[in-house]
Write a protein that binds this ligand. Structure first.
Ligand code: MLT
Length: 411
């Protein structure tokens, strides 16, 4: 006998997109050590943790070294102090009432959006917008919910909802019945948003079809326009059909510190094979208490400081800073006569590649001729072919330098 592997992993593309880019950039940089590379690929922040967060973090670390104040295992779902601030400061002001047990603190929206599929049966039909954050697709491939990838770049048994220039990057409702629907707004990678009316169509679809929407709102704090919904629970009926994912990564620079949360309302039900309704909040609680031991106490104290007056002022400054970069990128891309989207309520700018150049060719051109790294759109799914993503997360200086280099490029 020998150990058998989970063969679903063999269905995956060999590398995760950002690992693939990292590899290519490392190779280029080893061969061209003099190249001053500006990274606008992976959506990693460059601003440090807010001072209010750092001070709280330090105090909590000191407590951990004091026998009187030390914390061992915390509650798997998170400490009440953080959960209560999320309820009072993120949701209540928008008229959304959440119960403490509906919020699950975690170490990242990537982990949660990847893990959530575990509580659903393998024979559910999954729909994703295309292009899409690869974690939603890959986690379902790993679980065995799809077939192999076809020549068109789509996995069998997965429903792709194209979001392209022709439909204004707005996904159409699926023609077939789907069970699980991943939506990410503001969208990664296209940087586009849905209005309340557009999001309501999805909530209504999910109510009619007894589907569940997995709503990734990791970029919510980049919404600048008042009419764009910040939470899916602003839509009537969403508590019956939607799980929402939020993160402290992109608003408060927690990409390396790790803290996020997921909301599973108590009204949410899935169904067993007998057609009996089962409480999804209970299933997620069961999953988390078994497989997760919670986020460390100092990190949760640090996350709580995001909600302090000083914390809020600092994160607002950072968001403004990145959104200024986004404006600069948008303006300059248009100056070189390329079409660009997003960047208004999102830190991502989605660029149509020049005529006759595919996503990877554009990636190579920018890397080799301007030493700029972005993300090839096709890495996010087949409908991303012919597009390219830049992030506004670099420093202002690097963003300006990158745009200066771009303006001198003959494409
Ligand atoms: C991205 O670049 O799409 C993000 O950094 C991915 C992530 O947050 O995991």
């Amino acid at each position: 006998m020998s150990v058998k592997i989970n063969e679903n992993y063999l269905l995956l593309k060999s590398n995760y997109i950002f690992a693939e880019i990292g590899q290519r950039v490392d190779n280029y940089s080893n061969e061209n050590p003099q190249a001053n590379i500006i990274r606008m690929g992976i959506g990693d922040v460059t601003r440090p943790l807010p001072q209010a967060v750092v001070q709280a973090f330090k105090r909590a670390v000191l407590e951990m070294g004091d026998a009187e104040k030390f914390h061992g295992y915390g509650p798997e779902q998170g400490y009440d102090f953080l959960i209560q601030d999320i309820i009072d400061k993120d949701y209540a002001p928008k008229g959304i009432n959440l119960g403490e047990h509906e919020i699950f603190i975690s170490d990242g929206a990537k982990c949660d959006t990847g893990n959530i599929q575990e509580i659903f049966a393998l024979n559910n039909t999954v729909a994703v917008t295309d292009p899409v954050y690869p974690v939603y697709v890959d986690s379902n491939v790993m679980a065995g919910r799809t077939g192999a990838m076809s020549d068109d770049g789509q996995y069998k048994n997965m429903v792709y909802l194209p979001c392209i220039e022709e439909n204004g990057f707005i996904p159409e409702l699926p023609e077939e019945d789907v069970d699980l629907i991943y939506l990410c707004y503001p969208n990664n990678p296209t940087g586009t948003t849905l209005s309340k009316e557009q999001l309501k169509e999805w909530v209504d679809y999910a109510r009619d079809h007894k589907s569940i929407i997995l709503f990734d709102a990791a970029y919510e704090s980049y919404i600048m326009e008042d009419h764009i919904p910040r939470s899916i629970y602003e839509i009537e009926g969403a508590r019956e059909v939607a799980i929402e994912f939020r993160s402290f990564s992109k608003n408060a620079s927690f990409t390396g510190t790790r803290c996020a949360f997921t909301i599973v309302p108590e009204e949410l039900n899935g169904y067993d094979s007998q057609g009996q309704a089962i409480d999804l909040n209970h299933l997620w609680t069961r999953r988390q208490t078994t497989k997760f031991n919670g986020v460390s106490y100092p990190v949760q104290i640090a996350a709580q400081a995001v909600y302090s007056k000083e914390g809020q002022e600092e994160i607002n400054k950072s968001i403004k800073y990145y959104m200024k970069n986004a404006r600069i990128i948008l303006e300059n891309i248009k100056k070189i006569c390329l079409r660009a989207y997003g960047g208004i309520n999102s830190p991502y700018i989605w660029i149509k590649t020049p005529e006759g150049m595919d996503s990877w060719q554009f990636f190579d051109t920018l890397l080799h001729k301007a030493h700029i790294v972005g993300t090839p759109g096709v890495g996010f799914g087949p409908s991303g072919e012919g597009y390219f993503r830049l992030t506004a997360f670099n420093t202002l200086k690097n963003t300006e330098e990158a745009m200066e280099r771009l303006s001198k490029l003959t494409l």
